[in-house]
Design a protein around this ligand. Structure first.
Ligand code: UT7
Length: 330
C-alpha cells in the first residue's frame, strides 16, 4: 500500500427499469396486503425488468452516468467489478458484457458474488487494487434483477425484492485528503441456508422436478436473517469508525442496505444516529441487494445530501451470509 495514495468516489450513477410493481399489484398475486408490506418492511413499490431487458443494459447505463459525473472516458478505466448474483448469463460475466457495451477496452472486468454485500466487497477489493498502484480507476457496480430469481408464489419473499443498478467510479489520487477511509468485510458460510437458492446450480442442476418445486428461486428464513442483519451491520459500522478513529457523531449520512425499514431504524438507534442522518429509499425500490447502497448513494449525491467533505457510512448484509461496511469522505 502506498500511504500517499487515497481512493475517492468521483462519480456515481444509477439505472432502474421503468416498470413499477406496487403493493396493490402484489395483493392481486399473493395473499398479502399493502398494510402488511408497509408496516413489516416499509416497501411501497419496486421496479421490475421487462421483456428483452437485461442486467448488463442497466449496469452499462449506470456506469455511463457515473463516468459522465466524473468526466472520465471509459477507455481510462482499469478495473470493472460488478457485484451481482443475477448476471445475464452463467458465463461470461456481466462485467465482460458491460465492458464491451461501454467501451472500457483497457479494463480487466469480472463479477463478484457476495449477494447484498456485493458492492461493498467490490469497494474493498478496488480500494486495495488502487492503493497498491495496480491501476488508477475502477468502476464498482452493484446490480440485481432479483425479479428473475424470485418465487412469485411465496408471499414471504416476493413482496421484498426489486431490480436496479448502481455504479461508482473510484479514482486513485496522490496527496489528497479523504476518500475511502476504511472498509470491512466478513462472511459466515455456516449460515448459508438462511438465505439461498437451494437448486439450479452445478450441484443440483435444473430438472423438471426442480422447476416444479421452484427450488431454483430464492428462499429465506426472514426472522433469523433479520437478527443477524441488525447485529452484524452495527458491528461492521463500528469497525470502520474505529479504523478511522472516528465516532458516529462524525458521520454526515448513514446509507444502510435497503432491506427493511425496521432493520434500518434498529441500526440507526443502536449507533445513536438520528433518522434525519439516515438515507432511506426502500419505499421506492424494495430490496435491490447489491444495488441498494450505490443507488441510494447516487440519489443522495444528486439531491445534494452528500457534499464535499461529508463523511458517509455505508453498511450491508446479505446471503452467504456476508456483511460489511465502508466509511468514505467525499
Ligand atoms: O437483503 C438481505 C437480507 N434480507 C433481509 O434483510 C430480510 C430480513 N427479514 C425481514 O425483513 C423480515 O423478517 C420479513 C419482512 C421478511 C418478515 O417480517 P417478520 O416480522 O419477520 O414476519 P414473520 O416472517 O415473522 O411473519 C409474521 C407473519 C406470519 O404469519 P403467522 O405465522 O404469524 O400467522 C407470516 O406467515 O406474517 C405472515 N406473512 C405475511 N402476511 C402477509 C409473511 N409474509 C407475509 C405477507 N403478507 N407478504
Amino acid at each position: 500500500m502506498d500511504p500517499k495514495i487515497s481512493v475517492h468516489i468521483t462519480g456515481t450513477g444509477r439505472a432502474v427499469p421503468d416498470r413499477i410493481l406496487t403493493n396493490q399489484d402484489l395483493e392481486k398475486m399473493v395473499d398479502t396486503t399493502d398494510e402488511w408490506i408497509t408496516t413489516r418492511s416499509g416497501i411501497k413499490r419496486r421496479h421490475i425488468i421487462g421483456p428483452g431487458q437485461s442486467n448488463s443494459d442497466f449496469v452499462a447505463q449506470a456506469c455511463r452516468n457515473a463516468l459522465a459525473m466524473a468526466q472520465v472516458d471509459a477507455a481510462d478505466v482499469d478495473f470493472l467489478l460488478v457485484g451481482t448474483i443475477t448476471g445475464d448469463l452463467i458465463f461470461p460475466s456481466t462485467a465482460c458484457l458491460v465492458q464491451e457495451k461501454i467501451g472500457a477496452r483497457n479494463a480487466a472486468a469480472w463479477d463478484l458474488s457476495a449477494a447484498c454485500s456485493g458492492w461493498l466487497y467490490g469497494v474493498k477489493t478496488a480500494t486495495a487494487l488502487l492503493k497498491t498502484g495496480m491501476g488508477k480507476r475502477a468502476l464498482v457496480v452493484g446490480s440485481e434483477m432479483l425479479s428473475t430469481i424470485t418465487d412469485w408464489t411465496d408471499r414471504s419473499t416476493c413482496v421484498l425484492f426489486g431490480d436496479g443498478s448502481g455504479a461508482t467510479l473510484l479514482e486513485a489520487r496522490e496527496d489528497s485528503p479523504g476518500g475511502v477511509l476504511a472498509t470491512y468485510a466478513r462472511t459466515d458460510g455456516g449460515l448459508a441456508e438462511l438465505l439461498h437458492i437451494p437448486k439450479g446450480g452445478s450441484r443440483y442442476p435444473v430438472t423438471p422436478e426442480v422447476l416444479a418445486e421452484r427450488s431454483n428461486k430464492v428462499q429465506m428464513k426472514g426472522n433469523e436473517v433479520f437478527k443477524h442483519a441488525v447485529r452484524n451491520m452495527e458491528s461492521a459500522a463500528r469497525e470502520v469508525l474505529a479504523q478511522a478513529g472516528l465516532g458516529t457523531g462524525d458521520v454526515t449520512l448513514l446509507i444502510p442496505h435497503q432491506a427493511n425499514i425496521r432493520i434500518i431504524k434498529a441500526i440507526a438507534s443502536r449507533l445513536e444516529i438520528e433518522m434525519d442522518r439516515v438515507y432511506v429509499n426502500l419505499q421506492e425500490y424494495g430490496n435491490t441487494s447489491a444495488a441498494s447502497i450505490p443507488i441510494a448513494l447516487d440519489e443522495a449525491r444528486r439531491a445534494g445530501r452528500v457534499r464535499e467533505g461529508d463523511r458517509v457510512l455505508m453498511a450491508a448484509f446479505g446471503g452467504g451470509l456476508t456483511w460489511g461496511a465502508a466509511l468514505v469522505q467525499f
